[in-house]
Design a protein around this ligand. Structure first.
Ligand SMILES: [Ca+2]
Length: 184
C-alpha cells in the first residue's frame, strides 16, 4: 500500500460534502487501525457483539482488536434462523441518515456475504456481498445487492435513541472484524 491513504481523517470527513463518496478511500484500509469516524462511540468490535448460533471468535493479529467473528465452514445459513447472527446495539445521539462501515473478511467467493438488518428491517435483510474475496481483512460500506453486478449503498434514517444492527450468516466462512455507523 506504500504511502497511499489508509483512512480518511476526521478533518477530511468534515470537508466532504454529502455528494462526496468515501468509498474509494476506504478500499486501502486494511482493518487494523481505528477508523476515524465522526463519533467513535458508534464503532463496535464484532467479537464484542452478541453472538448467536454458529458465529465464533477467531483470534487474528491482523484484526482490529486482535479478533474477528465468522461462522464455521459447513454451517447451514438461513436468514430465517435467528441463531446464526451477531447483533450490535448503538446509542445514536443525532437523528440523521447513516451508513454502515465494516471491517470484513471473505476467504473465497463461496464465503463472501451476509444478510444485514437494521432494527429488524427489512424482513429478508440487505444482501451484502463482500467485494474483496482474497482472505484479507478490508474496509467497506454495506451495500444491498439488487441484481447481477448491481448494488446500492444502504443508508438508514435513524432517530436519536438505541438501534440494533444484525449480521446474519448467509454463506459459511464470511467474517466480520468491526462495524461503525457513520452519519452522512
Ligand atoms: Ca475486531
Amino acid at each position: 500500500m506504500g504511502s497511499s491513504v489508509r483512512w480518511v481523517t476526521a478533518a477530511s470527513l468534515s470537508l466532504c460534502a454529502s455528494a462526496c463518496s468515501l468509498r474509494g478511500l476506504s478500499e486501502e484500509f486494511d482493518g487494523t487501525e481505528t477508523p476515524a469516524v465522526e463519533d467513535p462511540s458508534l464503532v463496535r468490535e464484532a467479537e464484542a457483539g452478541q453472538r448467536s448460533g454458529a458465529f465464533f471468535v477467531v483470534e487474528d493479529s491482523e484484526a482490529r482488536g486482535g479478533a474477528y467473528v465468522r461462522t464455521r465452514p459447513g454451517t447451514t445459513c438461513s436468514s430465517e434462523d435467528p441463531n446464526n447472527k451477531v447483533r450490535f446495539e448503538f446509542e445514536v445521539d443525532v437523528t440523521g441518515d447513516y451508513q454502515i462501515r465494516t471491517g470484513a473478511i471473505a476467504p473465497d467467493e463461496l464465503s463472501d456475504s451476509f444478510l444485514v438488518r437494521v432494527d429488524d428491517a427489512p424482513d429478508e435483510g440487505y444482501l451484502y456481498m463482500l467485494p474483496n474475496k482474497t482472505g484479507v481483512i478490508f474496509s467497506d460500506l454495506v451495500h444491498h445487492e439488487t441484481g447481477q453486478e448491481m448494488k446500492q449503498l444502504v443508508v438508514v434514517p435513524l432517530k436519536e435513541g438505541v438501534h440494533a444492527v444484525e449480521f446474519f450468516c448467509r454463506e459459511p466462512g464470511a467474517g466480520l472484524d468491526w462495524i461503525a455507523l457513520e452519519r452522512r
